[in-house]
Design a protein around this ligand. Sequence first.
Ligand code: MN
Length: 259
Amino acid sequence: MPHILVTNDDGVESPGLLALAQALRTIGDVTVFAPNRNWSAAGHNKTMHKPLRVWSVSLEDGSQAMTTDGAPSDCVALARLGLVKKPVDIVVSGINNGPNLGYDVTYSGTVAAAMEAAINGWPGIAVSSDDYEGPRHWDTAATAAVEITRQALKFGVPENSLLNLNAPNIPLAELRGIRVTRLGNRVYRDVLVERSDPRGVPYYWIGGDPPGGQLDEGTDLEAVSQGYVSVTPLHMDMTFRPLLETVRGWLSQAEPRAG
Ligand code: MN
């Protein structure tokens, strides 16, 4: 049986985490190690300036889990550094309550945990379910996650890469299939909300409606909007190669000369 490390960014009490752990137990031994609070949109963290506590908790189904006051990426790092003794075959993060599409991957703690796995030489999969409110169809994302995890264990995931899975929040029977996609263009609708505290000093919220996006063909945004699970392969090398020569060109005219 493969050993699967399950984490998330919504916190150890999240129903999405439990649904994922239960589904993955059908194909492997599962260790759950997740943050004790919600870290959504906290990105990729390495806690360096405070101690990290780790303790054991029971999930709703009575199974044991490890939890910490650190970030999702800290959970993976702590596991890698020895807190999880049994060798890990794959890290699966989620199921996030809400999508991680397009630029969301740069904010997401769910995806950050899978990135931390990639950095540490472990295959990583991030799993998210669309919609921010209303009834949840965790089983749709969980079923897709089991299938993709099974394939990733069978064929391997190349070094420095990870998979980002998003499921539409629809009943499993209505799912149209799985599409392999590229990241789309998210459109954020953030607005600045300014209020005053009781002392009359202004404070700010980044508010506004949930993000939308361009439904370009072949993208994660389009696939999920059409009732498909989206799987996007991601790579940790963010170098934009077409700009290498351009920037070298700028610097060839500058002092000091680029080498
Ligand atoms: Mn989240």
